[in-house]
Ligand binder design. Structure first.
Ligand code: FE2
Ligand code: FE2
Length: 177
């Protein structure tokens, strides 16, 4: 089962996002390298990190004009729910779903990073929004209508629709695993 390795292709030129994504990749690799005795603890560490990771991105979206429940936020919620379902099954002694989900995450994550997260990074940059301090340099550039699409690549910013509109098939597959 192949593991995901960090590369510059995953970089979004936004250090605070890249650092978190690099940690995600490392934690996922640790899950995949786990034996049965350590798998559950490492899976839980990945879930805790992902909860924080997605929560932060959700707050950035809320601060920069996204509607509650926009598709990027929804995908975060779906993925996190599935990961927790894996933990529940694992706690019952069924570890196979976690191993399958870990594999699917190696496919899902790069797609998510280069579509939805990349769109969000561009959106924040276009507003002069600093995700570390929360300062907004160009509040006049905030969208007039809440963004319901993904990543800022749509919703009236003139960047056109993004392939990120469609949740990756992997997320769907994971949801039904
Ligand atoms: Fe992310
Ligand atoms: Fe994201």
């Amino acid at each position: 089962m192949s593991s995901l390795v960090w590369s510059d292709a995953l970089s979004l030129s936004m250090p605070v996002m890249d650092e978190t994504h690099r940690e995600f990749v490392d934690l996922l690799a640790e899950v995949q390298a786990s034996d049965d005795d350590t798998l559950l603890a490492r899976w839980q560490a990945l879930i805790d990190h992902t909860d924080d990771h997605f929560g932060r991105e959700d707050r950035w979206m809320e601060a920069t004009g996204f509607a509650p429940g926009s598709c990027h936020m929804t995908q975060h919620a779906v993925v996190l729910k599935v990961l927790r379902e894996g933990a529940a099954l694992g706690a019952q002694g069924n570890l196979a779903p976690i191993r399958q989900m870990a594999h699917e995450l190696t496919i899902w994550f790069p797609q998510h990073a280069v579509s939805m997260d990349a769109g969000l990074a561009l959106h924040m940059k276009s507003l002069g929004y600093d995700p570390v301090t929360g300062e907004l340099a160009r509040p006049e550039a905030l969208p007039e209508q809440p963004i319901t699409g993904c990543g800022g690549a749509c919703g009236g910013h003139g960047h056109g629709e993004s392939a990120a509109e469609t949740p990756p098939a992997q997320a769907e597959a994971t949801a039904h695993a």
